[in-house]
Design a protein around this ligand. Structure first.
Ligand code: ADP
Ligand code: GLC
Length: 481
């Protein structure tokens, strides 16, 4: 098998910079694909966190004018990743969240910052870095989505570009007046170009010009090709249906392994579940919950946003508490949800606890200690926390949408008899549907042997990158040949 050189282009990569699952995926792909003969180098913006993490760095290329100032492309390694880093302090030399400034708003020059990422990607595809020619470019989300547009307007047909949509809700829409600043020709501003409802649409352009489009689960691939789920892009996506495929994400099963996880106090496996009870107690203690081994303990690890449906959980709390349940939550995000969970913790001391924070160690403890992990998302392209939950024997209770529906097998009668159930999948995604799911979860939890059988089945589910990596490699080879 000959080696295939792929340039992955992303605005986030774990463990260097992360706001969500995109970072996890971008961080896991290179190692997962190495096993398939793919040599993946990742192009990332040179945020301070990234520059600081570089273990080795050499100037691979220079650009005289990248959105108004010079830039250096650094080649180097960090945390086991092969990187090309855009060292351009005028665009990326800002600490903290990669998209949002200290005033809580998007950086005003985000169009330029991420158009620059795509411009550099296209230039590397076209030979900017001496002795490095990727056979294919894999661009992630709106931040990298202009890559195939730049290649197109430069008259290039190679290398082919795969665009992965991790979340259609983030589309990268910017004012038309920016067209010249972004280095796009006037004639690009048409329906067959970057124009999108009178603005410049980064993701729209990517969907139009990429040679192939993937999204992060088969169900989400079907959902986004419809008017309802397409958020304005459904028609365009449906038109590209022949080039669209859903590949379910995996998780890094070395980082997420309850048998060897250094971030949890008691390690366990499907064959030896007993220590899990000690993790539950540790979680209750760490979060200030009553030390109550018999209480069904529900967990949440999530961004707090409308997408995640956690307002449904706020509504369901009185019934959950009345049924003897507990809730431990870790998350950050929108103010109304943060406030809502803070208020709930104050109202139900010992029964509801929240950490309004982003903290990896707490996320691991929560997965190891809670009985069931709640993911009531209104839509969910893939979702990673339910996969971590499967692996940790925390029974996922998930909405029937996108990747949640594709990764959890509902404990219906047939699945229980077949021994294949791994969680609870509910619909409709509303207060009634979720309340019913919580009742089912509590009833199932009270049947200890049945619950343990489901935990073991969940822990045996293949949530690794094994299969998805093979799918990506096959796609790359088909396009690059
Ligand atoms: P999304 O990308 O939409 O936020 P995913 O489920 O795909 O959702 O990915 C979320 C990732 O972020 C997971 O790795 C999850 O463990 C992590 N995560 C989310 N919130 C927190 C938090 N408050 N603390 C630690 N990790 C978190
Ligand atoms: C996005 C989606 C999430 C998915 C992640 C990684 O953040 O919201 O569902 O798991 O990308 O693909």
């Amino acid at each position: 098998m000959n080696r295939l050189h792929v340039l992955s282009v992303t605005a986030e990569i774990f463990p260097l910079i992360k706001t969500g699952g995109l970072a996890d995926v971008a961080g896991a792909l290179p190692a997962a694909l190495a096993a398939h003969g793919v040599r993946m180098v990742t192009l990332v913006p040179g945020y301070p966190q990234v520059i600081a993490a570089l273990e080795t760095a050499t100037a691979a290329a220079t650009i005289d004018d990248l959105m108004g100032a010079p830039a250096t492309i650094l080649g180097g390694r960090a945390a086991g990743l092969d990187l090309l880093v855009i060292d351009a302090p005028h665009l990326y030399g800002r600490p903290g969240n990669p998209y949002i400034g200290p005033d809580g708003h998007d950086w005003p020059d985000n169009a330029r910052r991420f158009a620059a990422l795509a411009q550099v990607a296209a230039a590397i595809g076209d030979g900017l870095v001496p002795r490095y020619r990727p056979a294919l470019i894999h661009a992630h989300d709106w931040q990298a989505a202009l890559t195939p547009a730049y290649l197109h307007y430069a008259g290039r047909t190679a290398p082919p570009v795969v665009l992965t949509i991790h979340n259609l809700a983030f589309q990268g829409r910017f004012p038309r007046a920016l067209l010249p600043a972004l280095g796009l020709p006037d004639h690009a501003f048409t329906l067959d170009g970057v124009e999108y409802y009178g603005e410049i649409g980064f993701l729209k352009a990517g969907i139009l010009f990429a040679q192939a489009i993937t999204t992060v689960s088969p169900s989400y691939a079907a959902e986004i090709a419809t008017d309802g789920g397409g958020l304005g892009l459904g028609g365009l996506i449906a038109g590209r249906g022949a080039d669209l495929v859903g590949i379910l994400n995996g998780i890094d099963t070395a980082i997420w392994d309850p048998a060897s996880d250094a971030l949890i106090p008691h390690r366990y496996s499907a064959d030896d579940l007993d220590p899990r009870a000690l993790d539950k107690a540790a979680l209750q203690e760490a979060f200030g919950l009553d030390l109550d081994p018999a209480a069904p303990l529900f967990g949440v690890v999530s961004r707090l946003s409308e997408q995640k449906g956690l307002d449904l959980l706020l509504d369901a709390l009185p019934e959950l508490i009345a049924a003897g349940g507990q809730l431990a939550l870790i998350g950050t995000g929108e103010r109304w949800l943060e406030d809502g969970f803070r208020a709930a913790a104050a109202r139900y001391p010992g029964r509801v606890a929240c950490r309004i924070a982003y903290d990896e160690a707490s996320a691991h403890l929560l997965q190891a200690g809670c009985d069931a992990l709640l993911v009531p998302s209104r839509f969910e392209p893939c979702g990673l926390t339910q996969m971590c939950a499967l692996r940790y024997g925390a029974i996922p209770v998930v909405a029937r949408t996108g990747g949640l529906a594709d990764s959890v097998i509902d404990a219906n009668e047939a699945a229980i008899r077949a021994g294949s159930a791994t969680g609870i999948v509910f619909a409709p995604i509303d207060r009634t549907g979720f309340a019913a799911a919580l009742r089912r979860a509590i009833a199932a939890y009270r049947d200890a042997p049945g619950w343990q059988a489901m935990q073991r089945q969940a822990m045996r589910a293949d949530v690794s990158w094994h299969r998805p990596a093979a799918d990506y490699a096959a796609l790359y080879r088909r396009l690059a040949d």
